[in-house]
Write a protein that binds this ligand. Structure first.
Ligand SMILES: *Cc1c(COP(=O)(O)O)cnc(C)c1O
Length: 371
């Protein structure tokens, strides 16, 4: 079995950039006038930051968010003329390179504000966002920090304040009281700061209604086709399709165990298909005896443990010729709902996507340049 350019790659990851752009347009319609920025941290949630950014920029997206400054510097090569926000802010020493690349630092504490403001006062004002913590207790300015800035607005001189933002903790739960509590907190604290466009909502936050949307929403997972809501029909289009190839199908003639730890007992007359994808490829090990795949429209269970490079499927119920070696099976996307698979794995769709491994043959379709 071949290298990455082989037509018989043992696993194929197809990423539909037209679907990605369609999801961005859907969110634009849903956001009713708020700008929809794209969150492309962690290599575009595993999909590929550069192709994602290029496709969304071509669709009209103007603002992008990454976590690390290093991600922003790399992204700048793909996006010469878009706004790139760095959520983690800047580490000491990163300021000059970030400034040269025109990155917009999201400033999360007063020392960082002082460093960047001083830098901006020496030259051109430094574009920056302020992140107020309203309930994550992770990154962001505390209430006393905001009061200090309100008392002493000169500390912001030198900054070109582009955005004031916060982040929701429970946005996928429509009725959670955290949502209105954080909204009220955000309204109250941002009123103490100089006027600037505001942003609170992530993907799910868009669906909480107009008061949550402000001037900008920051969409991540929904762009990549995950259901942003905990319940109900997924309003997004699928972007990710992972297919693994059956390497061998074993007919069991007397009861025998399958895989490491002998955790599954295959009955007499069972058929077990082995697929060339494992936990080293980001297929969660927790899906052993829990996961499922699709051979065409037929759902088949993962039996036995997930190995580093292989999984085993019980294909006993399929017609004899439907699970031959070489057959491609859906592992994520296609007939396999990624959100359902994530739940089966005991994780969320974010983790499933961001772990998509490097060994797949990656195919980008529907991009702005292959029309
Ligand atoms: C990751 C992230 C987002 C995007 O969240 P999704 O739920 O993927 O839409 C938005 N804002 C911040 C601060 C983030 O860290």
């Amino acid at each position: 079995m071949g290298n990455e350019s082989s037509p018989a790659a043992s696993a194929i990851l197809t990423l539909d950039l037209a679907a990605l752009a369609e999801n961005w347009r859907r969110l634009c319609r849903l956001a009713e006038g708020a700008e929809v920025a794209a969150v492309v941290k962690a290599n575009g949630y595993g999909i590929g930051a550069a192709p994602v950014a290029k496709a969304l920029r071509a669709a009209g997206c103007r603002s992008f968010f990454v976590a690390h400054a290093s991600e922003g510097l790399t992204l700048r090569r793909t996006l010469p003329d878009a706004d790139i926000y760095v959520l983690h802010g800047l580490l000491p020493g990163e300021e000059p390179a970030a400034q040269a690349a025109g990155l917009i630092a999201t400033l999360n504490d007063l020392p960082q504000i002082d460093i960047c403001a001083a830098l901006g006062r020496r030259g051109r004002p430094l574009p920056a966002a302020l992140h107020i913590d309203t309930g994550m207790t992770r990154l962001g300015l505390s209430e006393p920090d905001v009061h200090e800035l309100a008392r002493n607005p000169a500390r912001l001189a030198g900054l070109d304040l582009r955005l004031v933002m916060s982040h929701l903790a429970c946005s996928e739960e429509d009725g959670n009281p955290m949502n209105p509590r954080q909204l009220a907190e955000f309204e109250r604290l941002r009123a103490l700061l100089p006027a600037a466009p505001a942003s609170l909502a992530n993907s799910a936050g868009i669906f909480l209604g107009p008061p949550y949307r402000f001037e900008m929403v920051r969409a991540g997972v929904a762009l990549y086709g995950a259901n942003p809501l905990e319940r109900g029909v997924n309003p997004m289009v699928q972007v990710v399709h992972l297919q693994g190839r059956i390497l061998q199908t074993r007919r069991v003639d007397s009861p025998r165990t399958v895989g490491y730890g002998a955790t599954h007992l295959a009955d007499r007359s069972a058929r077990i298909a082995t697929v060339g994808v494992g936990y080293a490829d980001g297929y969660p090990r927790s899906l052993g005896n829990r996961g499922f795949a699709h051979v065409g429209s037929q759902r088949v269970p993962v039996v036995g443990r997930v190995s580093m490079d292989l999984i085993t499927l019980d294909v006993t119920r399929l017609p004899a010729d439907a699970a031959e070696p070489g057959t491609l099976v859906d592992l994520m996307g296609g007939n396999v709902d990624i959100d359902e698979l994530a739940v089966a794995a005991g994780t969320n769709t974010y983790e499933l996507l961001t772990r998509l491994g490097p060994r797949y043959r990656r195919i980008y379709t529907g991009g702005p340049h292959d029309a």
